[in-house]
Design a protein around this ligand. Structure first.
Ligand SMILES: Nc1nc2c([nH]c(=O)n2[C@@H]2O[C@H](COP(=O)(O)OP(=O)(O)OP(=O)(O)O)[C@@H](O)[C@H]2O)c(=O)[nH]1
Length: 135
């Protein structure tokens, strides 16, 4: 049976923009855009995982404001459940450790990037959340 992974990912907001991160050539799903985050370790809480991954990948702390519904996707060689969280950054400077690039983009521009396939349902979920949110 193909492997199944659970991944926590951060939809980081700032001034009406959202942070998208591009995977590097050497990673799986090279050059695809994603929300930073990573695999949840056995017995690890998804929020703890996200804080750990963001510190490892971008060198920043986060505030987690909302959990969106998890969504699942089947790639040819593995199945994934993404656990998205809407976040903001704690003060600090982003350092790219693994990613090729990051971009701050407006939600309405997000569809233009070449996202990892599993992120399609996450984007839909996020747009639904934005539609319902009262700021
Ligand atoms: N962080 C993150 N990972 C995603 C997203 N969408 C998506 O399909 N993934 C996949 O989920 C996995 C995340 O695990 P990871 O970040 O710990 O993986 P990695 O590249 O170190 O994994 P690998 O070394 O096993 O390939 C990757 O295979 C990645 O391609 C997303 O929006 N954010």
């Amino acid at each position: 049976m193909n492997k199944k992974i659970d991944v926590a990912c951060a939809i980081i907001e700032k001034d009406g923009m959202v942070l998208a991160a591009q995977r590097s050539e050497s990673m799986s799903l090279p050059l695809k855009w994603e929300f930073p985050g990573g695999k949840i370790e056995p017995r690890e809480d998804a929020r703890d995982c996200l804080e750990r991954e963001l510190m490892e990948e971008l060198g920043v702390g986060i505030h987690i404001h909302a959990a969106l519904s998890p969504s699942s996707w089947r790639y040819p060689d593995f199945a994934i459940t993404l656990h998205p969280f809407v976040c903001t950054l704690k003060p600090g400077t982003i350092h790219l450790v693994e990613h090729k690039a990051i971009r701050w983009i407006r939600p309405e521009e997000m569809g233009r990037l070449d996202w990892a396939e599993a992120d399609g349902p996450v984007l839909e979920n996020y747009f639904r959340y934005l539609g319902q949110r009262v700021d």
